[in-house]
Design a protein around this ligand. Structure first.
Ligand code: CA
Length: 428
């Protein structure tokens, strides 16, 4: 094994000498595949998963990456549509974020995949073609919505609250109808993203609740079988989820799924996650799930844009390795299964957000991110998000948390979705 790695590293030097983008595609990350083949992965069976347990991925950046020249391979090293590769690994659900208008007045994209409704349709069609359901994740913003920012879309900025409600309902309904018309199999809709303390520019829970209900109504009118999910984060904060669930109940918000983000280096223990989700499920009769999770398989940065983890001050409870990554995902699945039949499943966040080029070609990467929106933010986002994107725009902050190596080859850990069903013991 060691000698193989040395040979590959020698190949890296030769390939980088050539300096072509295809040369790059055959080099650096391959060592992670050789480090641990799928056959060598150990996965402890997850007991108690529902038969249609969600093994989902959010690959919202995929179109922008493909436009940037990034290629993906199957386990045999052949180029293959990533949706087929995901399906073969046991993935059964695809999540896609939707921003209202992630562009400036000159049609320059804000980045982060430039994910508008049209992108969601492209991704949804490919998911459906491969037998996977779609979770449409409406942020109701023109760019990232998370606990730190829930900025209203540009076009809604000066509206009255009643007018904003009407817009939110109309945008949801029209977007869903456009997707249904394309034959997309929508299984779930998220009304808002990480709306832990704000939503579409509102911070008052009474108003937030009314807005949730406008989105929910649009989903119900589209198709009664589509699940309505609300999404929150920071499960580690004591009392947070019980307060939110109680407030939603008091305000008569119509929803089916209470979803949480869970990143092991930020969000406390799995025991706590399972416990707070189960409490919501038992008390209010809701389904629960993890809408986002991911973990590091290497500490290396692949594209010259700093990664979110590992960082000092973070606790990384698993080894930073392919096996550690698989363990992390397996254990999140287990934590959701432990909530009982209410536990719907888990979505892995951006398992394919890999480099558009090696970190040694940072300037070239920057041009690609700006042109195709394949970095987390472009400079064009500064007009909308000056404090964050305007200062820190750049590439992928999660290339070391992907389930594909830096060159687009699936890591053995991608198979965790399939292996968790039966358990998997390394073959000698
Ligand atoms: Ca990076």
């Amino acid at each position: 094994m060691k000698s193989r790695i040395i040979v590959l590293l020698a190949a890296v030097i030769v390939w980088s000498g050539i300096g072509s983008s295809t040369g790059y595609a055959a080099a650096e990350g391959e060592k992670y595949v050789s480090e641990l083949q799928a056959n060598n992965l150990f996965v402890k069976k997850v007991a108690g998963m529902n038969k249609d347990f969600i093994k989902g991925v959010d690959v919202s950046s995929i179109i922008a990456l493909e436009n940037s020249g990034v290629t993906f391979y199957n386990a045999s090293g052949k180029r293959q549509d990533i949706f087929t590769t995901l399906k073969q690994a046991g993935v059964n659900y695809v999540r896609v974020r939707i921003w209202n208008d992630p562009y400036n007045a000159y049609s320059n994209g804000y980045g982060g995949g430039n994910n508008d409704v049209q992108k969601a349709i492209q991704i949804g069609k490919r998911a459906t073609a491969n037998g996977m359901k779609l979770l449409a994740d409406f942020h109701y913003s023109d760019f990232w919505a998370d606990p730190a920012k829930q900025k209203v879309p540009k076009a809604w900025a000066n509206l009255s609250f009643e007018a904003k409600k009407a817009k939110l309902y109309g945008f949801t309904k029209q977007s869903l109808q456009a997707m249904v018309k394309e034959g997309i199999d929508i299984g779930m809709v998220q009304v808002g993203n990480e709306t832990t303390g704000a939503f579409a520019g509102e911070t008052d829970w009474k108003k937030m609740s009314q807005l949730f209900n406008e989105g929910s109504r649009a989903v119900r009118e589209t198709n009664r079988d589509i699940l309505v999910a609300l999404h929150f984060t920071n499960p580690e904060t004591s009392g947070r989820y019980s307060y939110i669930a109680e407030t939603l109940n008091k305000n008569k918000v119509d929803y089916d799924v209470f979803a949480s983000s869970y990143y092991p280096f930020w969000h406390g223990t799995l025991h706590n996650l399972s416990s707070v989700l189960k409490a919501v499920a038992d008390t209010y009769g809701k389904k629960v799930m993890v809408a986002e999770t991911s973990y590091t398989y290497t500490a290396e940065d692949g594209d010259g844009h700093e990664n979110t983890a590992p960082k000092s001050g973070q606790t990384l409870p698993y080894p930073i390795s392919v096996q550690g990554q698989a363990n992390a995902v397996r254990d999140v699945m287990d934590a959701v299964a432990k909530t009982g039949t209410a536990g719907l499943g888990v979505f892995y966040w951006e398992p394919a957000w890999i480099p558009v080029g090696p970190k040694t070609q940072l300037e070239k990467n920057k041009t690609i991110w700006e042109t195709y929106g394949s970095g987390w933010a472009s400079s064009y986002a500064a007009e909308y998000d000056p404090e964050d994107a305007g200062k820190w725009y750049g590439g992928s902050a999660v290339d070391n948390q992907a389930l594909f190596d830096f060159n687009g080859h699936p890591l053995p850990s991608l198979q965790v979705f399939k292996y968790a069903e039966t358990g998997h013991i390394p073959k000698k």
